[in-house]
Design a protein around this ligand. Structure first.
Ligand SMILES: [Zn+2]
Length: 321
């Protein structure tokens, strides 16, 4: 009799599980189906109305190709999902949640390839060419690990050391002066339209370890710059500004103004790098045709702009938030 009682108990348990599944189906279990992922975990920032309130940038990490949720409905604020994964650009997806069972398809775009040209202004050429290549390798590794979804292609290095006008550009001044300090580089050294042009000089604003970006197609790098500095200067070209003074950041973020240990990028920074219309990914490369753009400044928060310090994954000592 005891065996039979256990059997009846198990049977009831499986029946109950089945009932829960059916009820869930009827009331709506929502899902995001992932397409063109890279085989790595996917992180989502979800805006929706949940059962216990409005969700703003609710973080989810999953390796599933169909990521399930409880029943979300329309939030009065924002209904959208941003997907992140390695080797794919962040993907914006509108998700007009309903009371029924919703399924939305999040299809990642391919890895974005950006051509760049490096002009070696001060030699020795072979040494500074290697320097530029090391910076390329470090920046590529940061982008891959931190899910920037961008790679160089091609990373072209040109020898301008024999240009008679090169010595006049060994010392680059403060780059915030305006285009009056950037135009002479274009005119005298060279410039390829439609791509980032990176000039390797001697000093930038008086320092051999400094670099500068004009938030557009031009970057200058000093003779002794750290390999990770290029990720910082291109971060400016991607519309990012300095993280200095914000308690959610330290010198390990790529946008710290003074560091030699830059390596992390938050999801808030990834979002801005791709969605801000002024980012060179949009304004210069037109690398995201048909994709959503949205202007989010450093301090913007709320339903439409993830906070700059938003992290789906921990960055060193800064936990996911
Ligand atoms: Zn900077």
């Amino acid at each position: 009799m005891q065996d039979r009682a256990i059997f009846r108990g198990l049977s009831f348990a499986s029946w109950a599980v089945g009932l829960v599944a059916v009820v869930a189906l009827l009331t709506g279990c929502d899902a995001i189906r992932i397409y063109n992922g890279s085989g790595n975990a996917v992180g989502l920032l979800v805006d929706a109305q949940g059962s216990s309130g409005v969700l703003n940038d609710h973080s989810v990490i999953s390796t599933a190709t169909s990521i399930g949720f409880s029943n979300y409905t329309a939030s009065p604020n924002s209904n959208e999902v941003i997907g992140f994964t390695n080797d794919r650009p962040p993907k914006y997806l509108a998700t007009p949640w309903t009371t029924r069972r919703d399924t939305f398809d999040l299809t990642f775009q391919p890895l974005i390839r950006i051509p760049v040209t490096v002009w070696i202004v001060q030699g020795p050429y072979d040494q500074q060419r290697l320097h530029a290549i090391e910076a390329c390798i470090r920046t590529s590794a940061i982008w891959r690990a931190e899910r920037m979804g961008v790679e160089f292609g091609p990373f072209e290095v040109r020898d301008a050391t024999g240009d008679p006008e090169a010595p006049a550009h060994y010392a680059f001044p403060n780059g915030d002066v305006g285009d009056s300090v950037w135009k002479p580089l274009r005119d005298d050294i060279g410039f390829i339209a439609g791509r980032l042009n990176i000039y390797w000089v001697d000093t930038v604003n008086g320092g051999t370890g400094r670099g500068w970006s004009n938030f557009g197609a031009q970057i200058v790098m000093g003779r002794n710059t750290g390999d990770e500095l290029l990720s910082h200067e291109i971060g400016h070209a991607f519309s990012l500004t300095h993280t200095d003074g914000n308690v959610s950041f330290d010198v390990t973020n790529i946008m710290a103004s003074a560091s030699n240990t830059r390596q992390y990028v938050t999801e808030g920074q990834l979002f801005r790098s791709h969605l801000n219309p002024t980012s060179v990914l949009n304004a210069l490369y037109n690398a995201r045709p048909g994709e959503m753009t949205r202007t989010c400044s450093f301090g913007d928060i709320g339903p439409l702009c993830p906070a700059i310090q938003k992290r789906i994954w921990a960055d060193g000592s800064f936990p996911a938030n």
